[in-house]
Ligand binder design. Structure first.
Ligand SMILES: Nc1ncnc2c1ncn2[C@@H]1O[C@H](COP(=O)(O)OP(=O)(O)OP(=O)(O)O)[C@@H](O)[C@H]1O
Ligand SMILES: Nc1nc2c(c(=O)[nH]1)N=C(CO)CN2
Length: 172
């Protein structure tokens, strides 16, 4: 079994899509560790709609290709279409951040995903969820990576979020 860490993002019907995504991950993989949900303005493109982003982790012995295909199926089942350019509004984006300590291109998936060290909307929830875990390549604790991170003008607002009757995120 390996710890699988994924990031989730949505800026179209974002509350509904995050709920659907967590329900599906839970049904498929069992117990989930879930970060707070953060709202932020779109990075890299202009759009009136802010994102919800969060990170979740679970144990699985599925292969990387299988995990990736499962995530893509869920995105597409929820209205995600490939016609959109990389930086565009999206119903649901599920990205594999890490799978255990695997590094490199595995089944066409880049691990660990380099967005971990690029975007506050990925690193902040990851560092809160798994502060003591270390980045598989540079060996730094996620808490330290976040403490050293220059978020520039990226701002994150914690969202009051309830999933399956459980408050997983609250304003602070
Ligand atoms: N760690 C990873 N997690 C998810 N996809 C990855 C990863 N590494 C490489 N990829 C590849 O990137 C391709 C494009 O991903 P996706 O469909 O999410 O596109 P995108 O929306 O343009 O990018 P993003 O996910 O950054 O918004 C996927 O088909 C997948 O093969
Ligand atoms: N705030 C925010 N901005 C983004 C996001 C995202 O999830 N959140 N995803 C993108 C493409 O993957 C591009 N820009």
């Amino acid at each position: 079994m390996a710890l699988v860490v994924v990031s989730i993002g949505s800026n179209i019907e974002r509350e509904r899509h995050v709920q659907i995504c967590l329900d599906a991950l839970h049904a498929e993989f069992g117990k989930l560790l879930i970060s707070r949900v953060f709202e932020s303005e779109p990075v890299g493109f202009e759009d009136g709609r802010n994102f919800f982003n969060l990170v979740t982790a679970f144990e699985s012995d599925a292969g990387v290709g299988e995990l990736q295909a499962w995530c893509k199926r869920l995105e597409y089942a929820n209205g995600r279409r490939k016609i959109s350019p990389k930086f565009s509004p999206r119903t649901l984006d599920i990205d594999l951040l890490t799978v255990g300590a695997l590094c490199g291109d595995i089944d066409g998936v880049e691990l660990p995903r380099d967005e971990i060290v690029k975007h506050a909307f990925v690193l902040k929830p990851l560092a809160e969820l798994l502060p003591e875990h270390r980045h598989p390549i540079n060996g730094e604790r996620y808490a330290d990576l976040w403490a050293e991170f220059d978020a520039g003008d990226q701002r994150l607002w914690p969202v009051d979020f309830v999933w399956q009757g459980q408050r997983i995120s609250r304003a602070s």
